[in-house]
Design a protein around this ligand. Structure first.
Ligand code: APR
Length: 314
């Protein structure tokens, strides 16, 4: 019986895209097709990754292309194409430029992979998920943004460092938009099941929350040019793996809400069950009035970005 090979297209062969391709192939999850607008870049990186395969004991095909015909019949399409944030540049500065890029690449990709699940990575993330939904016409179950997995990984890292415990035992619950308006929920974050507020003073939790909100900018400031890509690509791998292996992981992801969490028509980070059909279910938890207010504020900042995009000529 022929074995069906699973295929992930990664658009954008820069830092996040190439590292994502590496992680997916080397984890043994799928074949990878790397796409970029720059000629030679995806081909060169794909060749280099393919030549590492014997050393990593995987048999996945890693290919590079500038032609979307080569991406045909992908199971998952990951979009990292765009400009990376430079020091002093907010995510919002990237909005208009990256919206144009995302429209182009999504239009091309969905023509060849009409049944794919789209994972958006390009920033500003929540707005780019809206652009992808509009351009693809896909149902919300198949257009998912990567933000919460990264934000919660950063939160977990800082909690583990502060308490001197394994980050494997730390779970972190994060809602809302990516970055500045992220809504971490310490009362639902735990260390081996123990709620965080029982283990850490409120002022230390607040300091860690602030550091997490600023997590992307902290890396940008150190790198001086370019932005984070190791933890972002690991976050994408976790989502791709849950989809292709139908693991039904419960992960915080950016999806379009239709009334859940009292929010309608906006993309917001919430816990979802992510499996073979994409977003399979949104998990709603009871929020305190303060948490609900913070989530609404966060979602309204996304509305501002969408309004800006809709005011521009298409
Ligand atoms: N089609 C395909 N690729 C494109 C296009 C396009 N229209 N426009 C730009 N690209 C490619 C660039 O040529 C570049 O190789 O996208 C790649 C982006 O790579 P980097 O500049 O290295 O940026 P990276 O760090 O990978 O971040 C990509 O992910 O985390 C987010 O904020 C980050 O939005 C940014 C994105």
């Amino acid at each position: 019986m022929p074995v069906s090979r699973r295929k992930v297209t990664v658009i954008g062969a820069g830092n996040v895209g190439a590292t994502t391709a590496q992680r997916i192939a080397e984890a043994g999850v799928a074949d990878v097709c790397l796409v970029d607008v720059v000629e030679g870049l995806p081909q060169g990186k794909a060749l280099d990754l393919a030549e590492a395969a014997p050393l990593h004991h995987h048999d996945h095909i890693v290919s590079g292309t500038n032609d979307y015909a080569d991406t045909a019949d992908s199971d998952v399409v990951v979009v990292t194409a765009g400009l990376a944030r430079q020091p002093g540049m907010s995510r919002d500065d990237l909005l208009i430029k990256n919206a144009g890029i995302v429209r182009t690449v999504i239009g091309n990709a969905v023509r060849y992979s009409p049944n794919a699940i789209l994972i958006m990575v390009t920033n500003p993330l929540d707005a780019m998920v809206h652009v992808a939904l509009e351009t693809s016409g896909f149902p919300r179950e198949r257009v998912i943004g990567m933000a919460g997995v990264l934000d919660s990984a950063r939160f977990r890292t800082f909690i583990a460092q502060e308490l001197g415990v394994s980050s494997a035992d730390v779970t972190a619950f994060v809602l809302g938009g990516h970055g500045d308006t992220m809504v971490p929920l310490p009362r639902l974050s735990t260390v081996a099941g123990i709620p965080l507020p029982e283990l850490m003073k409120a002022d230390r939790i607040e300091a860690i929350v602030q550091r997490t909100r600023n997590g992307g900018a902290e890396v940008v400031a150190l790198l001086k040019s370019g932005s984070a890509f190791y933890a972002p690509s690991s976050s994408v791998l976790q989502m791709v793996d849950s989809i292709l292996n139908d693991r039904k992981r419960v992960l915080p992801c950016a999806v379009l809400l239709n009334g859940e969490y009292k929010i309608d028509g906006l993309v917001v980070g919430v816990p979802i069950v992510i499996g073979a059909s994409g977003m399979e279910r949104i998990i709603e938890v009871q929020l305190t009035p303060d948490e609900q207010a913070a989530l609404l504020t966060s979602s309204e900042s996304v509305r501002g970005l969408i309004d800006t995009l809709h005011k521009l000529p298409a």
